[in-house]
Write a protein that binds this ligand. Structure first.
Ligand code: GLC
Length: 645
């Protein structure tokens, strides 16, 4: 059956297709009743045409595309029928308040279940601490079944419906999601959908030569097509293998962007889309509220292209998003696209990913610390910060991954900088191969052939706490102050709030030794947490500083997600930006220099009088000599509407 009829408009085609699909669903006694459900009906009516259009664009050339749509909508219907009532209630609530994640009250935390809390029960036991900190968003690193010991920190999934036995069970995960929700914390999990483990059942079948499952992956009998692909793709994990393919024991070649044990799924096969849609909806029904859509840039491949951020990758995401709008509308996507800034923004749209990591701001915050020059960061805030309405950044200082210098070379050139040599400088600086560096980072995927390299290290070690350099504490608070005040959801890598340092013991762990990212994934630093309320200790001072920022942010509505305007300070050491609300403006200034810096009086010509610095609670007279900032000092100045000209 094919709906395409020359005389019908695309709307009419979609409507005809919907009728066809509904008839089929009506006929299946399994989900017929779903069409009587008012919520489901409305959401299907709103979203079907989009889904259908994408589906036909991606798979319409195949004879079975209508059957595939029927199968897909049946899956969605089944999932809705299985959805727990409390989640359906929250679905409605979130539809009434669709921008809930834009609030200044949002605060994210991320951790590995095993390393931070032992297991899921351990995470549950930490809920009181999460509340003390003010978390409203908890990202648990991948926790599904995966091979031991090589699993890329859980990103090599063998079963999306089974929790790693050492961590707990799927029922415990569901209960934990409910308990977190009761405490106002949204559970965030990865949707690792670009690849599976080579030990996933599909992969095992494919390796054994099963035709159906071989089509789930990109498998070729010889090097002809892999060679053609590799002439335009880049190496992502060159320490592991060259190129994008690895050889199977039977001589065939399979696509593997990351580690050789992670095989890329083939989304040009609609069966793969449907299979992963099933996993996504299953997890949504456990109460996962935000999915971190892993490695989004890589999900579609096309010969003679870079195979990154292709238009079809966006369509796949939109189609997944549409499925959630029908059967799990509270679900929000966050994209993990650590690529060129032009591409990062391409994923951010309420129809695609509502949220996105902000890798540019993250990397350039470190860049500004190294150079003591805020020009690049300021340029990025000015031209790359503002997002489509209803979308927000997740602002992080560092994650479980490396730091890559993903800025645009064209942007750098405008500031008379050469991207290539600047990256070399930054790599040298952060691995302490530059005279006077305070950072103690470790290279990650250092590729001498391309000179590509990224940086591993905890916030505290990169900021100078490990090397015991002057200003380390101030630098930690400075970088977190940026993440807390530029809007978006600030995301703390848990442990950073007590200044956790690099953990070099990964070298002694054979399954980790080859991957320097483990240096910044230490186990729960119990000793540092024990000191967190003692202000005479370094962990205590870091904790006091970060928690003060959190509280301040939560009581400052201007700092919610949304527009940011740059404030030109005329001093390259000092970053300036304004966040507005209907009440007034908060002007943030941050001195990245190791010395005092002045923002002169004329910069405040448009702003008058005495204002409050929310950070210190002191009143400042901006019509005096201007504002003098200490080394690494930052201020958040609130101008009421009445103090503005
Ligand atoms: C994402 C994860 C990273 C992982 C990769 C492959 O980039 O953040 O940790 O290695 O995907 O799954």
């Amino acid at each position: 059956m094919h709906i395409v009829t020359m005389n019908l408009t695309s709307d009419q085609q979609a409507r005809a297709a919907q009728t066809y699909v509904e008839d089929k669903i009506d006929a299946s006694k399994d989900c017929a009743q779903v069409l009587q459900d008012r919520d489901f009906r409305t959401r299907l009516d709103v979203n079907f045409a989009t889904l259908y259009t994408i589906f036909i664009e991606l798979y319409g050339h195949r004879g079975d595309s209508m059957d595939e749509i029927v199968n897909l909508i049946s899956l969605v219907a089944r999932s809705w029928l299985d959805r727990p009532v409390d989640l359906k209630n929250l679905d409605r609530e979130r539809e009434r308040d669709p921008e809930w994640y834009m609030s200044n009250k949002m605060l994210g935390g991320v951790c590995y279940v095993d390393r931070y809390a032992g297991d899921l029960a351990g995470v549950w036991a930490k809920i009181p601490y999460f509340k003390e900190l003010g978390l409203t968003y908890l990202h648990l690193m991948p926790l599904f079944d995966c091979p031991e010991p090589l699993n890329d920190g859980g990103y090599a999934v063998t079963n999306y419906r089974k929790v790693m036995p050492s961590l707990g069970t799927i029922d415990q995960l569901k209960d934990l999601a409910t308990e977190l929700r009761r405490n106002n914390i949204s559970l965030v999990l990865d949707m690792v959908f670009n690849h599976t483990s080579n030990e996933h059942e599909w992969a095992k079948q494919a390796a054994a030569g099963n035709r159906e499952y071989s089509d789930y992956y990109w498998i070729f009998p010889d090097r002809t097509i892999p060679d053609a692909f590799e002439s335009t793709t880049r190496e992502v994990f060159p320490d592991d293998h060259r190129g994008s393919f690895i050889r199977l024991p039977d001589g065939r070649w399979v696509w593997s962007t990351f580690y050789h044990f992670q095989w890329d799924l083939n989304y040009s096969n609609p069966a793969v889309f449907r299979a992963m849609a099933g996993e996504l909806l299953f997890l949504s029904n456990l109460g996962i509220e935000v999915f971190r859509m892993d490695a989004v840039a890589f999900i579609w491949k096309q010969i003679h292209t870079r195979c990154e951020s292709l238009p079809e990758a966006h369509k796949i995401l939109r189609a997944f998003n549409c499925l959630c709008r029908i059967a799990a509308p509270l679900v929000v996507f966050k994209s993990e696209a650590i690529v060129h800034p032009d591409e990062v923004v391409g994923y951010i749209d309420r129809k695609e990913c509502h949220l996105s990591y902000n890798p540019l701001q993250m990397a350039l915050t470190w860049e500004a610390l190294a150079t003591r020059d805020t020009s690049m960061l300021s340029q990025a805030l000015e031209r790359r910060h503002n997002l489509p309405s209803g979308c927000g950044w997740v602002n992080y200082v560092r994650s479980h991954d490396d730091i890559g210098w993903t800025f645009s070379d064209d942007d750098a050139a405008e500031l008379h900088m050469d991207g290539f040599s600047h990256r070399r400088f930054l790599n040298a600086f952060f691995v302490n191969r530059h005279p006077g560096s305070f950072a103690r980072g470790i290279p990650f995927q250092d590729n001498p052939r391309t000179s590509d390299c990224r940086i591993s290290g905890t916030t505290a070690s990169l900021a100078g706490l490990e090397s015991a350099q002057e200003g380390a504490l101030e630098r930690i608070l400075l970088v977190y102050s940026i993440a807390m005040s530029t809007g978006g959801i600030p995301l703390i890598y848990l442990g950073d709030e007590v200044g956790v340092l690099n953990d070099y013991s990964y070298i002694d762990e054979p399954s980790h030794a080859h991957d320097s990212r483990w240096v910044h994934r230490p186990v729960y630093p119990a000793d540092r947490y024990a000191l967190r309320t003692n202000p005479t200790t370094l962990p205590g001072r870091v904790f006091a500083g970060i928690t003060a920022l959190i509280q301040l942010r939560k009581s400052t509505p201007e700092l919610a997600s949304g527009r940011l305007d740059c404030f030109y300070t005329a001093n390259k050491h000092v970053l300036g930006y304004e966040k507005k609300s209907q009440h007034g403006i908060v002007l943030c200034l941050a001195n990245f220099s190791d010395h005092p810096a002045l923002v002169s009086r004329d910069r405040f010509a448009a702003l008058q009088g005495v204002v409050e610095d929310l950070i210190t609670g002191h009143m400042l007279d901006v019509s005096g000599d201007g504002i003098q900032l200490r080394a690494h000092q930052f201020v958040w100045l609130r101008f009421e509407n009445s103090t503005l000209n």
